[in-house]
Ligand binder design. Structure first.
Ligand code: FMN
Length: 152
């Protein structure tokens, strides 16, 4: 199974989450990790499962590396009905009003383009006691279990 991790990050946490999930998956998966800034949404394909991982910056904005991807979604309005994805957001409840808004924005844009979301949005709160990977790895296994159940 082909898995493409796409991250939006300012200080590297989201990229690290992608790497940690990949390292935990074991054999049987053909994984790639890229910055959202290097990917055109119109090029997403139906043979790959996409894990989006993004933080939130500013006042509830996407990090700079995720912004070109969302701008391209808005400009090109591609039909992503062949695309399956899951999304994980990193944020901090200190920013209560805008907690994990970046991942919410990206999720809403993908759904508006008719991409099909698998499972619930994963969330990490930097104010909590868990490390991001402690939440993200079991979440990712849950997503893949849902996918296998669908395929069976
Ligand atoms: C200047 C600044 C602004 C932030 N704004 C928000 C915010 O509005 N909402 C939120 O949930 N988290 C916010 N955060 C927290 C980050 O999303 C969180 O620290 C995340 O783990 C960073 O991940 P990254 O290294 O992948 O960018 C902010 C952090 C900084 C430093």
């Amino acid at each position: 199974m082909k898995i493409h991790f796409l991250h939006g990050t300012e200080t590297g946490n989201s990229e690290m989450v992608c790497e940690d999930i990949e390292a935990d998956l074991g054999p049987g998966f053909e994984c790639t990790i890229d910055s959202l800034s290097d990917v055109d949404p119109s090029g997403l394909d139906g043979d790959t499962f996409y894990f989006f991982v993004t933080s939130t910056y500013g006042t509830g904005d996407l990090p700079a590396t995720a912004q070109p991807f969302v701008e391209a979604l808005e400009k090109d309005n591609p039909d992503l009905s062949h695309v399956r994805f899951a999304i994980f957001g990193l944020g901090d409840m200190i920013f209560e009003e805008t907690f994990s808004h970046g991942s919410q924005i990206l999720m809403d844009k993908l759904l508006a383009a008719d991409a099909r979301m698998v499972g619930d949005r994963g969330i990490h709160d930097a104010s909590g006691s868990d490390m991001p990977e402690d939440i993200a790895i079991p979440w990712a296994h849950g997503i893949l279990a849902s996918l296998s159940a669908e395929a069976a």
